[in-house]
Design a protein around this ligand. Structure first.
Ligand code: ADP
Ligand code: MG
Length: 374
């Protein structure tokens, strides 16, 4: 993995890290997609990918990222290259955040949570934090304590998933500019199985509603917080706290096209506020200028204010799907994720059809008829 670019701001002491952006393309799953037209996006190498340009079928749009994880990438590889490097900082009293971004069905939950056979970022990161603490225990003069909180932001409300009956919780900032949520459950965990005992039932408390697009569509942001507090064994018992946020974001799809109405539409609007603000925050951090970062404009970014930008270490894994039905959501997710993109005058060679040009044209006409642009 390339070293994180770090610049020093005008006041000379605060380090500003940009957000590292990785893209993960999941395997082609829906063989019925657009009458079997095959994938509309594919990887080129470890940092670049290309997608059909719907405006002109003889062109592709190429994107460059910190990392590109192709459809064969394993859970372990994603963890090792995009997540593990930030974890050691959390033991040193620094903050970190890892997000899964992308449309519903593109693999966010697979990436973050995974399954029993293919565990994702969350179980791997929690195990690794325990490993790092155990490795440190002997050699240094610190005692470590690990705790967890688990919450969701739903309709711009903050809900405690470890205490499901709780109401919308406030987000506050202390005099040292640390963000905290008074009343949020914070349980000490002493092992991975301890973590699992609390995490698994709480995962089931997540609010979900089915949409036309995907039965398992999730309308909320699920946020796991792992806090590592270390206390010096000698007087004056100095204490440092590092926070790790692991976030499975709500679907980034354009809800005007999912047929959402009424309450769902209202939910979509609220979700979009947090996602929209997140995109402004990431842009503003990555531009490296000293413009005001709009953390306060949504609950999600307010909560992450001390763990996104500043001296924190942040990684965004943008999940995308190769099927045509995701085309516009993929396009907009990539545009959210990428500052650098380039139109290449070269036809996108189709892999699963005999005559490569026609299906691309047809898809283009259909998308045109569908209305919205990039
Ligand atoms: P999201 O959380 O973004 O809505 P999911 O993680 O639920 O998407 O993924 C949608 C489907 O695709 C699930 O059935 C999931 O198991 C599968 N999937 C996603 N990513 C991968 C992958 N990298 N390899 C294999 N299957 C995947
Ligand atoms: Mg999901």
């Amino acid at each position: 993995m390339a070293a994180q670019r770090v610049t020093v701001s005008s006041d000379g002491n605060k380090k500003i890290s940009r957000v590292r952006v990785a893209v993960r393309l999941r395997p082609y799953l829906d063989k019925e997609d657009e009458k079997g037209e095959g994938p509309c996006v594919r990887g080129l190498d470890k940092q670049n990918l290309e997608i059909v340009n719907w405006r002109n079928a003889t062109e592709t749009v190429k994107y460059h990222f910190d990392a590109f994880h192709g459809e064969k990438t394993t859970q372990q590889e994603v963890f090792l290259s995009s997540v593990k490097p930030v974890l050691s900082h959390v033991l040193n009293g620094q903050n970190a955040s890892v997000f899964a971004y992308g449309p519903t069905g593109a693999g966010k939950t697979h990436t973050m949570l995974g399954s029993a056979e293919k565990p994702g970022v969350i179980p791997r990161a929690v195990r690794e934090v325990f490993n790092l603490v155990h490795a440190k225990d002997a050699e240094e003069g610190w005692d470590y304590s690990i705790s967890m909180s688990y919450l969701e932001i739903y309709n711009e409300k903050v809900l405690d998933l470890l205490s499901p009956s709780s109401q919308d919780l406030p987000i506050r900032q202390d005099k040292d500019k640390n963000i905290f949520i008074p009343g949020l459950t914070n349980v000490t965990i002493s092992s991975f199985s301890d973590f699992d005992t609390h995490f698994v039932p709480a995962s089931l408390n997540r609010t979900t509603a089915s949409t036309k697009m995907n039965q398992r569509s999730s309308r909320s942001h699920a946020i796991l917080l792992i806090k590592v507090v270390r206390t010096s064994r000698v007087l004056p018992h100095r204490q440092q706290t590092g926070k790790l946020y692991l976030v499975d974001l709500a679907g980034s799809e354009d809800n005007r096209r999912t047929g959402n109405q009424g309450i769902r539409l209202k939910e979509s609007g609220a979700i979009n506020l947090s996602l929209f603000t997140l995109s402004k925050v990431v842009d503003s951090l990555n531009s490296g200028t000293s413009v005001r970062v709009p953390y306060r404009d949504s609950k999600l970014t307010r909560l992450l204010q001390d763990s996104l930008g500043g001296s924190a270490h942040s990684v965004m894994i943008t999940n995308i799907a190769p099927e045509y039905k995701y085309y516009f959501d993929t396009f907009s997710a990539l545009n959210f994720a990428a500052k650098s993109k380039m139109i290449v005058n070269k036809p996108f060679t189709r892999e699963t059809v005999a005559v490569p040009v026609l299906p691309v044209k047809r898809a283009r006409e259909e998308h045109k008829a569908g209305g919205s642009g990039s």
